[in-house]
Ligand binder design. Structure first.
Ligand SMILES: C[S@@+](CC[C@H](N)C(=O)[O-])C[C@H]1O[C@@H](n2cnc3c(N)ncnc32)[C@H](O)[C@@H]1O
Length: 234
């Protein structure tokens, strides 16, 4: 069985762990199906980033479900997403943030800061969020442009969750921008940590050095999903 068909077969199982309205589940099903049936894109010299312009390059459904559940478990309300593309993973982040805000006793605030530097991708993301409805879109602030600039200022005081789903060489610069605002106990997730281990070498060296304040493990999803908790710098 190919990787694509195996992901399609697990789509319903992944979606069964998501608490969402039937129309939103149908939208997620449709977007994942489109994403899983597009030609695969692996960032490399042979496939430059421009080759990904018309592709989702999205997190697979089981990873999205895992990320959604992590956010619910940790009651995350302030989230940064590095790499938004067509906004599929962002829908899960916004869904969880909205549910966390709605079920908490604290202030009714929360936000997903999404980032995308390709205008055509940002446009598609906005279209998908509009289809998802106000209950999703109202939690998302899309910062268009190079995230090394757009994440330099106006970050929330405390960030609960960082999703690193960006070209691997940008992961460490992104983490360093966000780290001063990570709350103790914040979760960081990075995709394809095993399959792109060479490109992630600087990120891995940084996060595995205990003095930088992270405790990490790799969850055995396709390509390896790095999961870390920020425990604070000593
Ligand atoms: C793997 S895709 C994100 C997929 C998305 N998280 C999902 O699961 O639906 C990575 C995205 O990062 C964007 N990107 C690459 N370099 C960037 C940069 N410097 N600033 C902002 N976005 C960037 C790419 O255009 C691409 O759409």
């Amino acid at each position: 069985m190919g990787a694509m068909s195996s992901h399609l077969e697990t789509l319903d199982t992944a979606l069964s762990s998501i608490h969402a309205s039937p129309p939103l589940l149908a939208l997620l099903h449709s977007l994942h199906t489109q994403a899983l049936t597009e030609p695969a894109y692996i960032s490399s010299d042979a496939q430059p980033a421009s080759a990904a312009l018309d592709r989702f390059v999205a997190l697979e459904p089981d990873k999205c479900a895992f990320v959604y559940l992590l956010l619910r478990a940790t009651r995350a309300r302030f989230v940064v997403e590095a790499g938004t593309s067509f906004g599929l993973s962002t829908i899960y982040l916004a869904l969880a943030v909205g549910q966390n805000v709605g079920s908490g006793s604290g202030p009714q605030v929360g936000k997903v800061i999404a980032t995308e530097n390709e205008p055509t991708k940002a446009l598609r993301a906005r279209e998908h969020w509009a289809k998802a409805g106000e209950e999703i879109s109202k939690w998302i602030e899309l910062r268009e442009g190079d995230l090394r600039e757009t994440l330099k200022a106006d970050l929330p005081e405390q960030i609960d969750f960082l999703l690193l789903d960006i070209w691997a060489t940008l992961a460490l610069p992104t983490l360093k921008l966000v780290q001063p605002r990570l709350k103790i106990g914040a979760t960081i997730v990075a995709d394809n940590i095993t399959s792109a281990a060479t490109d992630y070498a600087d990120l891995l060296a940084y996060m595995q050095d205990p003095k930088n304040g992270f405790r990490c493990t790799t969850a055995p999803y396709a390509g390896g999903l790095y999961v870390a908790v920020y425990v604070g710098q000593s």
